[in-house]
Design a protein around this ligand. Structure first.
Ligand code: NAP
Length: 255
């Protein structure tokens, strides 16, 4: 696939780039500051485009001129509670660009992964989300509402809702083995996979205690997560994750 990657200078995006290339994809990197890209990153990219991830027209033009059929958005940072940030504007700009690019050129919708947050996965007490019990990074709630308003015939989206992703290595591996690290994860749609009911029986506060205790078990190695996303692109529009929130857990913790 020809993949447009936004946020390639960040923690997640910098590792996504070599992982996507290892999976055989051609990657068009979209950054606002090329001087932040190391030489290894520039050499693995098929093209490097400069622009802001809030600039929908620039993103659309990049999709069309590079014939991209997939997008991964790792640009933007979720602000802490009470703070504002650019993430909703980035989210809207990227989605709008993808929808308009498809309308203009016709054909199937673009496959699109957005980095999102664990808190918007369903809690054990539906219809609540984990964020209702632990209200951090609440911005993802509005991004979910927004993306759900777009039909999957116009944009084949998935939200990657990991909890904290810690890199195993502080430096980026530019020669990862495709598919190996993704195998360390189990994935679930809408609800977090392999959720334990510990403490849920406690009267009144059981769900709070359960959510608080379980969340820490969903920290995952960053390298596993980027390999998971890059692996999924091979399924294209047939991916089981299209139109879903996707959570992951390390197999070692799921046992
Ligand atoms: N890291 C985690 O553990 C974790 C866990 C769950 C979810 N997430 C989500 O994953 C996403 C990426 O996280 P991260 O840890 O990689 O963050 P990061 O290291 O802070 O990287 C953010 C990236 O976004 C880019 N960016 C910000 N505003 C931009 C704009 N207007 N135009 C173009 N690029 C822009 C930054 O570019 P510059 O280098 O130019 O600033 C940088 O490449 C975030 O949405 C975060 O909420 C992360």
């Amino acid at each position: 696939m020809r993949v447009l990657l936004l946020g390639a200078t960040g923690n997640v995006g910098s590792r996504l780039l070599p992982s996507l290339v290892a999976h055989g994809h051609e990657v068009i990197v979209f950054v606002r500051n090329t001087s932040k890209l190391p030489t290894e990153a520039t050499s693995c990219a098929t093209a490097v485009v400069t622009g802001s991830a809030t600039d929908s027209d620039r993103i659309k033009e990049t999709i069309l001129s590079n014939q991209c059929d997939a997008i991964i958005n790792a640009a933007g940072v979720a602000p802490m509670l009470g703070q504002k940030g650019e993430l909703p504007a980035i989210f809207k700009a990227v989605s709008k660009a993808a929808v308009e690019a498809r309308k203009e050129r016709g054909g199937p919708p673009l496959r699109c992964w957005f980095l999102s947050g664990f808190g918007i996965m369903e809690s054990p007490k539906k219809p609540h989300m984990l964020i209702d019990y632990v209200p951090i990074f609440t911005i993802h709630r509005q991004n979910l509402a927004y993306i759900r308003s777009i039909p999957s015939s116009e944009l084949a989206w998935s939200l990657f809702c990991a909890n904290q992703m810690d890199p195993r290595s502080p430096s980026v591996n530019y020669n990862p083995k495709p598919g190996v690290e993704a195998d360390n994860l189990v994935a679930g749609v809408e609800s977090p996979p392999a959720w334990s009911k510990t403490m849920q029986w406690v009267p009144l506060v059981g769900t709070y205690l359960n959510v608080l205790m379980q969340m820490q078990h969903y920290f995952t190695p960053l390298e596993d997560c980027v390999d998971f996303i890059a692996s999924d692109l091979a399924a294209g529009l047939e991916s089981e994750y299209v139109g879903h929130r996707v959570g992951v857990k390390s197999k070692a913790k799921a046992a």
